[in-house]
Design a protein around this ligand. Structure first.
Ligand code: GDP
Length: 411
């Protein structure tokens, strides 16, 4: 009997211990996944009007659901409600489950990407180096190479005059020493402040100007990535309200790099969009606004007037415009110089971003722009990918363009 009582007692204790164990374990276990996915995915991303909104003041802000339609009836330059598309958190890592938002690539090697330019000018200079003395035909060969590389007739003439003076002064008598002197002269002419400056106080605004198709939007995307990586909180302003695709493109980039985009309806007042972006940035403690602008309006005069207005609006406190970056497509050669003159006189360009250097033999346009306009080249575009924008380093550029004597080119 005693034995039976003891056995029952042991059984009761065992049942109690097992029950306790199961309860404890269930509490510690994570919730089972549901087919609906994580809770956070249930809600639409926040979209709201910036506080103190100029363009959108008084209009109801879409707070959820799809991005507000961009097609707006009514006349051009009528402001519509600005829409903010937030991109929360840092850019997704490479090779993540959701696909690579930002590809961490090794920076493109300037030398490899300047293939066509390199094979042209590099080829001429290799030929000069292989001569056994300097004579008039040496100078003619240099001239031809520089002009074909799009340095331009005026700058080429100045450059060669300076080079002749240097050769006389320094007693240069070998063709290879002459090429070295030319490289030094090119580096000297290309030197300039490559920094992109932030304001000491207020919200920094960098305006991007340039004709259609040169690569403004793409450059904003690439630079946005660069600045997010540098620790800045970035807002992109879709100021090219004349092309709905431009705002879509910017929105895509903002998602890719972890920035926020503020956009207006098609035909909205670009100044108002930029104003809203600055207000939004200030309200969210974002320190940098990258503002896209239209590259084409009905007439050129209007475009320049519009850009002046955008700049004035962007300067309204707390906005501080520290950079007006003229984006130039290197493949357009000397046309780029004409554009540069127009934009510079209208909006006071602080620096040039030269895109598409990867696809052109006309790399000499860099020298023409720097020499003729005195505007520093700040960045160069070497491809369409997020990492294909590099700071402009004259030494590296000239070495990559002219080579070190192998003159092999890349294609
Ligand atoms: P926007 O009209 O000035 O905003 O020009 P987009 O940014 O839309 O660019 C026009 C085209 O040029 C797009 O197909 C870009 O991918 C391309 N692009 C921009 N920068 C570069 C570059 O550095 N190299 C190459 N190869 N293509 C570029």
């Amino acid at each position: 009997m005693t034995l039976i009582i003891v056995l029952i007692a042991v059984a009761v204790v065992l049942v109690a211990v097992t029950g306790l164990y199961l309860v404890t374990n269930r509490r510690a276990a994570p919730p089972a996944p549901t087919s609906a996915g994580p809770e956070e995915k249930g809600g639409a991303p926040d979209r709201e009007l910036p506080e103190g909104s100029g363009a959108g003041a008084g209009a109801a802000a879409p707070v959820s659901g799809e991005v507000a339609p961009t097609e707006r009836d009514g006349p051009a330059l009528v402001s519509g409600p600005a829409v903010v598309v937030e991109e929360e958190g840092p850019p997704a890592p490479v090779g993540g489950e959701e696909g690579p938002a930002v590809v961490e690539e090794a920076p493109p090697r300037l030398r490899d990407r300047l293939g066509r330019a390199r094979s042209l000018l590099g080829g001429y200079l290799t030929s000069v180096r292989s001569r056994d003395r300097i004579d008039e035909s040496t100078w003619e060969e240099l001239e031809e190479g520089l002009i074909l590389a799009d340095v331009g007739a005026v700058v080429t003439a100045e450059l060669l005059d300076d080079l002749r003076a240097t050769a006389r002064r320094d007693g240069i008598d070998s063709p290879s020493a002459l090429v070295e002197a030319l490289k030094a002269e090119l580096k000297r002419r290309l030197a300039g402040d490559p920094e992109l400056h932030m304001a000491d106080q207020g919200t920094t605004v960098w305006l991007f100007v340039g004709v259609n198709g040169v690569g403004k939007t793409t450059t904003i995307g690439k630079l946005g990535l660069d600045q997010v990586r540098a620790g800045h909180k970035v807002v992109m302003a879709a100021g090219d309200t004349f092309r709905a695709a431009a705002a879509d493109q910017l929105e895509m980039w903002s998602e890719r790099v972890g920035a926020t985009v503020v956009r207006g309806g098609e035909g909205a007042d670009p100044g108002a969009v930029v104003f809203d972006a600055v207000q939004h940035a200030a309200a969210r403690d974002a320190d940098l606004v990258l503002a896209d602008t239209a590259g084409r309006l009905h007439t050129k005069t209007n475009l320049m007037e519009e850009l002046k207005k955008v700049r004035r609006v962007a300067e309204r406190p707390p906005g501080v415009v520290t950079e007006v970056l003229l984006v130039i497509d290197a493949t357009t050669g000397q046309n780029g110089l004409i554009q540069a003159r127009q934009f510079t006189s209208a909006v006071g360009v602080t620096g040039v971003v030269l895109t598409k250097l990867d696809g052109t033999a006309k790399g000499g346009i860099v020298v023409a722009i720097r020499s003729e306009l005195g505007i520093p080249i700040k960045r160069v575009g070497l491809g369409e990918g997020p990492d294909d924008l590099v700071a402009f380093d004259p030494d590296e550029f000239v070495e990559a363009l002219v080579g070190d004597g192998d003159g092999d080119g890349a294609g």
